[in-house]
Design a protein around this ligand. Sequence first.
Ligand SMILES: [Zn+2]
Length: 149
Amino acid sequence: MAVSEKIYCAFCRLERRVYTKKNVSWTNVVLAFGCALVLTFVFWGGVDPRAILIFVFLLASADVFIRIRWRMALTCPHCGFDPLLYKRDPDETVKRVKARLDEVRRSEQYLFQAHNPLSRLPAIHAEEKGALHQDSNQPSASAPQSPEA
Ligand SMILES: [Zn+2]
Protein backbone atom coordinates (compact mmCIF):
# COMPACT_ATOMS: atom_id res chain seq x y z
CA MET A 1 0.00 0.00 0.00
CA ALA A 2 1.42 3.34 -1.02
CA VAL A 3 1.87 5.95 1.70
CA SER A 4 1.27 8.86 -0.67
CA GLU A 5 -0.15 9.50 -4.11
CA LYS A 6 -0.29 12.23 -6.70
CA ILE A 7 -3.61 14.00 -7.12
CA TYR A 8 -4.90 17.08 -8.89
CA CYS A 9 -6.06 20.03 -6.79
CA ALA A 10 -9.82 20.49 -6.97
CA PHE A 11 -9.40 24.25 -7.32
CA CYS A 12 -6.25 25.13 -9.30
CA ARG A 13 -5.98 21.72 -11.07
CA LEU A 14 -2.23 21.50 -10.51
CA GLU A 15 -0.65 18.20 -9.60
CA ARG A 16 0.45 17.69 -6.01
CA ARG A 17 1.22 14.88 -3.56
CA VAL A 18 -0.99 13.88 -0.62
CA TYR A 19 -0.50 11.24 2.03
CA THR A 20 -3.11 8.48 1.93
CA LYS A 21 -1.95 6.96 5.20
CA LYS A 22 -3.91 8.46 8.11
CA ASN A 23 -3.21 6.07 10.99
CA VAL A 24 -0.51 3.73 12.23
CA SER A 25 -0.28 0.38 10.45
CA TRP A 26 0.79 -3.01 11.76
CA THR A 27 4.27 -2.28 10.40
CA ASN A 28 4.47 0.73 12.75
CA VAL A 29 3.29 -1.39 15.68
CA VAL A 30 5.95 -4.04 14.98
CA LEU A 31 8.65 -1.39 14.52
CA ALA A 32 7.67 0.41 17.75
CA PHE A 33 7.75 -2.93 19.58
CA GLY A 34 11.20 -3.74 18.16
CA CYS A 35 12.55 -0.28 19.07
CA ALA A 36 11.12 -0.58 22.58
CA LEU A 37 12.82 -3.98 23.04
CA VAL A 38 16.18 -2.69 21.75
CA LEU A 39 16.00 0.43 23.96
CA THR A 40 15.13 -1.71 27.00
CA PHE A 41 18.17 -3.91 26.37
CA VAL A 42 20.38 -0.82 25.89
CA PHE A 43 19.17 0.95 29.07
CA TRP A 44 18.49 -1.92 31.48
CA GLY A 45 20.33 -4.87 29.92
CA GLY A 46 17.36 -7.20 29.77
CA VAL A 47 13.60 -7.52 29.61
CA ASP A 48 12.00 -4.80 31.73
CA PRO A 49 8.35 -3.81 32.26
CA ARG A 50 9.31 -0.23 31.36
CA ALA A 51 9.49 -1.48 27.75
CA ILE A 52 5.68 -1.24 27.66
CA LEU A 53 5.87 2.48 28.47
CA ILE A 54 8.47 3.05 25.74
CA PHE A 55 6.34 1.03 23.30
CA VAL A 56 3.20 3.08 24.05
CA PHE A 57 5.16 6.34 23.81
CA LEU A 58 6.71 5.38 20.44
CA LEU A 59 3.36 4.27 19.03
CA ALA A 60 1.61 7.46 20.19
CA SER A 61 4.35 9.64 18.70
CA ALA A 62 4.15 7.73 15.41
CA ASP A 63 0.37 8.21 15.31
CA VAL A 64 0.63 11.95 16.02
CA PHE A 65 3.35 12.30 13.37
CA ILE A 66 1.33 10.41 10.73
CA ARG A 67 -1.83 12.42 11.43
CA ILE A 68 -0.05 15.78 11.31
CA ARG A 69 1.75 14.80 8.09
CA TRP A 70 -1.55 13.72 6.49
CA ARG A 71 -3.36 16.90 7.56
CA MET A 72 -0.60 19.29 6.46
CA ALA A 73 -0.27 17.70 3.01
CA LEU A 74 -4.02 18.09 2.42
CA THR A 75 -3.78 21.84 1.79
CA CYS A 76 -2.73 22.63 -1.77
CA PRO A 77 0.76 24.19 -1.71
CA HIS A 78 0.03 26.12 -4.92
CA CYS A 79 -3.33 27.81 -4.27
CA GLY A 80 -3.93 27.11 -0.56
CA PHE A 81 -7.20 25.22 -1.12
CA ASP A 82 -8.02 22.96 1.83
CA PRO A 83 -10.76 20.37 1.03
CA LEU A 84 -11.32 19.47 4.68
CA LEU A 85 -11.74 23.08 5.76
CA TYR A 86 -14.00 23.64 2.74
CA LYS A 87 -16.43 21.01 4.04
CA ARG A 88 -16.56 22.67 7.46
CA ASP A 89 -16.24 26.37 6.62
CA PRO A 90 -16.46 27.33 2.90
CA ASP A 91 -16.22 31.08 3.63
CA GLU A 92 -12.94 30.69 5.47
CA THR A 93 -11.61 28.53 2.61
CA VAL A 94 -12.53 31.19 0.05
CA LYS A 95 -10.80 33.81 2.20
CA ARG A 96 -7.59 31.77 2.45
CA VAL A 97 -7.49 30.90 -1.26
CA LYS A 98 -8.06 34.55 -2.17
CA ALA A 99 -5.23 35.62 0.15
CA ARG A 100 -2.93 32.99 -1.35
CA LEU A 101 -3.79 33.97 -4.93
CA ASP A 102 -3.24 37.67 -4.10
CA GLU A 103 0.16 36.72 -2.72
CA VAL A 104 0.95 34.82 -5.94
CA ARG A 105 -0.18 37.78 -8.09
CA ARG A 106 2.05 40.15 -6.14
CA SER A 107 5.18 38.00 -6.34
CA GLU A 108 6.46 37.94 -9.92
CA GLN A 109 8.53 34.79 -9.47
CA TYR A 110 5.39 32.69 -10.08
CA LEU A 111 4.73 34.16 -13.53
CA PHE A 112 6.81 31.72 -15.57
CA GLN A 113 6.79 28.78 -13.22
CA ALA A 114 5.15 25.43 -13.98
CA HIS A 115 3.26 25.57 -10.69
CA ASN A 116 1.52 28.88 -11.20
CA PRO A 117 -1.98 28.36 -9.71
CA LEU A 118 -3.33 31.26 -11.78
CA SER A 119 -2.47 29.54 -15.07
CA ARG A 120 -5.22 26.91 -14.82
CA LEU A 121 -8.03 29.04 -13.38
CA PRO A 122 -10.82 29.89 -15.82
CA ALA A 123 -10.91 33.53 -16.91
CA ILE A 124 -13.86 35.57 -15.65
CA HIS A 125 -15.33 37.97 -18.21
CA ALA A 126 -16.85 41.34 -17.36
CA GLU A 127 -20.52 40.25 -17.52
CA GLU A 128 -19.81 37.17 -15.37
CA LYS A 129 -18.00 39.36 -12.87
CA GLY A 130 -21.15 41.47 -12.50
CA ALA A 131 -23.21 38.33 -11.93
CA LEU A 132 -20.71 37.13 -9.34
CA HIS A 133 -20.90 40.39 -7.43
CA GLN A 134 -24.71 40.22 -7.33
CA ASP A 135 -24.80 36.93 -5.44
CA SER A 136 -21.53 37.46 -3.61
CA ASN A 137 -23.14 36.19 -0.41
CA GLN A 138 -22.99 32.72 -1.98
CA PRO A 139 -19.25 32.07 -2.25
CA SER A 140 -19.79 28.35 -2.70
CA ALA A 141 -21.14 29.02 -6.20
CA SER A 142 -17.63 29.77 -7.46
CA ALA A 143 -15.80 27.49 -5.05
CA PRO A 144 -14.81 24.01 -6.14
CA GLN A 145 -16.03 20.65 -4.96
CA SER A 146 -13.81 18.80 -2.55
CA PRO A 147 -11.95 15.82 -4.05
CA GLU A 148 -12.73 12.24 -3.13
CA ALA A 149 -10.52 11.16 -0.27
ZN1 LIG B 1 -4.53 24.13 -5.66
